[in-house]
Design a protein around this ligand. Structure first.
Ligand code: HEM
Length: 81
């Protein structure tokens, strides 16, 4: 648990562009990764997950199965699903 707000999937789905903000979910957490998009080592592919879950994409790109990737993600947490 945390003191962060709880968001609905509908609210997350509204954030799928750089102008509206880019939000993603991962294991019940909500992340505003707008500022990370430009520095993502995998480039614009990250936008495929915009407004939805990271899990299906990270299952395909195993490069994300590393502690340091989760540490980066944690910096962008804004809420719970
Ligand atoms: C690489 C973070 C989402 C595709 C990486 C790396 C990091 C990272 C740190 C470098 C890993 C390393 O080499 O040690 C993230 C974070 C994401 C995210 C924090 C979400 C917030 C995605 C998504 C996709 C993706 C959704 C695909 C749809 C890739 C690819 C690479 C990569 C293809 C390899 C780039 C290369 O080495 O040429 N990502 N990623 N990433 N990511 Fe992501």
């Amino acid at each position: 648990s945390s003191d962060l707000p709880v968001y609905t999937q509908e609210e997350v789905t509204k954030h799928r562009s750089l102008s509206d903000g880019v939000w993603v979910t991962y294991k019940g957490g909500v992340y505003d990764i707008t500022d990370f998009v430009a520095i993502h080592p995998g480039g614009d592919k990250i936008l495929l997950a915009a407004g939805g879950a990271l899990e299906p994409f990270w299952a395909l790109y195993a490069v994300h199965s590393q502690d340091h990737v989760l540490e980066i993600l944690s910096e962008y947490k804004v809420g719970e699903l």
